[in-house]
Design a protein around this ligand. Structure first.
Ligand code: KIV
Length: 262
């Protein structure tokens, strides 16, 4: 995938599949599938590091994980998430943050929200950094939003979301993530834009989907939002494998002769 493929996929009506990825081993597995692109999301603060929100992720952490994903999947299209506040201190800081993620191996960056970000998006795009926008539930604003809640439920909020989406498209974003918004709102935004929308909890009338890898593999045991489908009962399979290893160690049946050097 390259940046221009995103608009082409929308024009051709072929949905885009995106999945989050934080490390080299899962990146290598994803690279052996048909998945179109990977997002090194700041959700890693929650999924990998066990925080309650994405706020603790910083640029150095995001760059380290982006580099790991690049090593695992040398040919993948990788989007690096600009973490909390890293693009709000002015154009210079935003350029530095984006530069760190791009040098670590990302081909594009993602940032949350439209208000106060339009000049930054324009500047990054003009500087050679492809940018994806993110509207609806923007987890970096979790405290302002009062929790991880569905957004744009009333007409006024839906109209604001549409305006923001148009502004981000005009500023130069090549795609837009829509998170936790009613399907009808996501469909309206999708119809209004030439750039593709990538939904997460935004229904099916969008141009692509993104999910957290650990959610779709069923390895996350905490709260599972309604929009997540699991294609694997990973938690059960992993627990069973670990218990089997433990039993074999305790029984003295691991390692056997074939697993030992003579
Ligand atoms: O950080 C992340 O994983 C994301 C996706 C949920 C879109 O932003």
């Amino acid at each position: 995938m390259i940046v221009s493929d995103f608009a082409a996929r929308k024009r051709d009506g072929v949905p885009i599949s995106m999945v989050t990825c934080y490390d080299a081993w899962s990146a290598a597995l994803i690279a052996q599938t048909g998945i179109d692109c990977v997002l090194v999301g700041d959700s890693l603060a929650m999924v990998v590091y066990g925080h309650d929100t994405t706020l603790p992720a910083d640029v150095a952490t995001m760059a380290a994980h982006t580099a790991a994903v690049r090593r695992g999947a040398p040919d993948a299209f990788i989007i690096g998430d600009l973490p909390f506040l890293s693009y709000r201190r002015g154009l210079g800081e935003a350029v530095d943050a984006a530069g760190d993620l791009m040098r670590a191996g990302a081909q594009a960056v993602k940032l949350e929200g439209a208000a106060g970000n339009l000049e930054t998006v324009r500047h990054l795009v003009e500087s050679g950094v492809p940018v994806i926008g993110h509207l609806g539930l923007t987890p970096q604003s979790v405290h302002r939003l009062g929790g991880f809640r569905v957004q744009a439920r009333d007409d006024a909020a839906a109209a604001r979301l549409l305006d923001d989406a148009r502004d981000l498209e005009r500023a130069g974003c090549f795609a837009l993530v829509l998170e936790a918004v009613p399907s009808a709102v996501a469909a309206q935004v999708t119809a209004a834009l030439a750039i593709p929308t990538i939904g997460i909890g935004a229904g099916s009338r969008v141009d692509g989907q993104v999910l957290v890898l650990q959610d779709l593999l069923g390895v996350t045991t905490a709260f599972r939002p309604r929009f997540v489908r699991t294609w694997l009962d990973g938690a059960t399979l992993i627990r069973e494998a670990l218990d089997a290893y433990h039993r074999d160690v305790v029984a003295g049946t691991f390692p056997d002769d074939r697993e030992s050097y003579s």
